[in-house]
Ligand binder design. Structure first.
Ligand code: Q46
Ligand code: ZN
Ligand code: ZN
Length: 323
């Protein structure tokens, strides 16, 4: 297969776009797509500073690389969750993020179109060091050994990412969700008609009092494209998934959609993009939940609907009581 642009050997064929590209042209095509999404969904402006939630996986490191190549001021945040899984999952993920950012620390890296001598920063935050328990330990104590730690993990990650983005003055928090992730989430929400979640699902979640704006610049790119981008760009990422992700419903939904995509190229993209279009046209306007009355958590100051402590602070009170 030949590259559509130059006739060299193609490294990827994107059937949904009827487009095959060589390594060079694919390496240029991906950032151009991300730039289009940033503009189309009004994610942020060149003057704004963005914080990338860096997990060490392919999507978040590709996202960070792309934003830097596009000349944006993008720093990273790595949250150490204290997950081992028999192979030091958290330690290994952190090392991938550190290795990634260290490439930019050597001055005058021509890949970073930064107008001054600015180099990206990786903020590292360790949950066990800060709060005295890893995610699995915290979950073990409050769930008494039942179930996976994912809901505890999600709550802690959301709170801490928001806290750092807000405290350090970033305009937006960027996550590496790709189109496969978004289509799987949409499928899950549709299966159970979670209309409230559907109304909130999209490439941008605007900032609210005390909550940072959340953006998903990779939302129009397939997962396999992100893996190919890392290969083309020489980005070393952690291949293993979090050990607790095994058997997740979202993975089953991804597999179903991948099968659909195999039979009908572009089906997954159509599913997600037609949803966004229908939303733009007002399909869910009657289901927008009016913003709840918020006040500051007595302990951490983040907005909450609860009368005293936010869910994050209540969680740690329970974890401490079980020590
Ligand atoms: S990191 Fe955390 Fe995920 Fe691992 S424990 Fe579950 S939620 S699976 S994105
Ligand atoms: Zn080419
Ligand atoms: Zn709180």
């Amino acid at each position: 297969m030949k590259c559509r642009k130059c006739g060299e050997t193609a490294v990827i064929n994107m059937r949904q776009h009827k487009l095959a590209l060589c390594a060079d042209h694919f390496g240029q095509w991906v950032p151009a797509q991300v730039e289009k999404s940033i503009h189309k969904y009004k994610m942020f402006t060149p003057e704004e500073r963005v914080l990338v939630a860096a997990s060490g996986g392919k999507d978040s490191l590709a996202l960070w690389d792309i934003l830097l190549r596009l000349g944006y001021h993008a720093d990273g945040l790595y949250l150490g969750l204290g997950i081992d899984g028999g192979f030091d999952y958290s330690g290994e993920s952190q090392r991938k993020c550190e290795a990634f950012v260290s490439k930019f620390e050597s001055s005058n890296n021509p890949e970073v179109a930064s107008p001054d001598s600015w180099t990206p920063t990786l903020h590292i935050l360790s949950i066990p060091e800060l709060y005295g328990a890893s995610i699995p330990q915290a979950a073990q104590r409050v769930q008494r050994g039942r179930g996976k730690p994912c809901s505890v993990c999600g709550l802690i990650k959301r709170h801490e990412m928001n806290r750092i983005a807000h405290d350090l003055g970033y305009s937006a928090l960027a996550t590496g969700h790709n189109l496969d992730d978004e289509a799987a989430a949409l499928f899950g929400n549709t299966m159970t008609w979670q209309v409230g979640y559907l109304a909130r699902q999209g490439p941008v979640l605007p900032a609210q009092d005390g909550f940072a704006r959340k953006i998903k610049p990779l939302c129009r790119l397939y997962e396999r494209e992100m893996a190919a981008y890392c290969l083309v760009r020489g980005i070393d990422y952690i291949y293993e998934e979090c050990p607790y992700s095994l058997g997740a419903t979202s993975i089953a939904h991804k597999e179903l959609l991948a099968e659909l995509e195999r039979r009908s190229p572009g089906a997954r993209q159509n599913f997600y993009l037609s949803f966004l279009k229908a939303k733009e046209e007002g399909f869910l306007d009657d289901h927008q939940v009016p913003p709840a009355r918020m006040h500051a958590c007595e302990r951490c100051g983040q907005p909450t609907t609860a009368p005293d402590l936010c869910a994050f602070c209540r969680l740690w009170v329970r974890v401490k009581s079980q020590e």
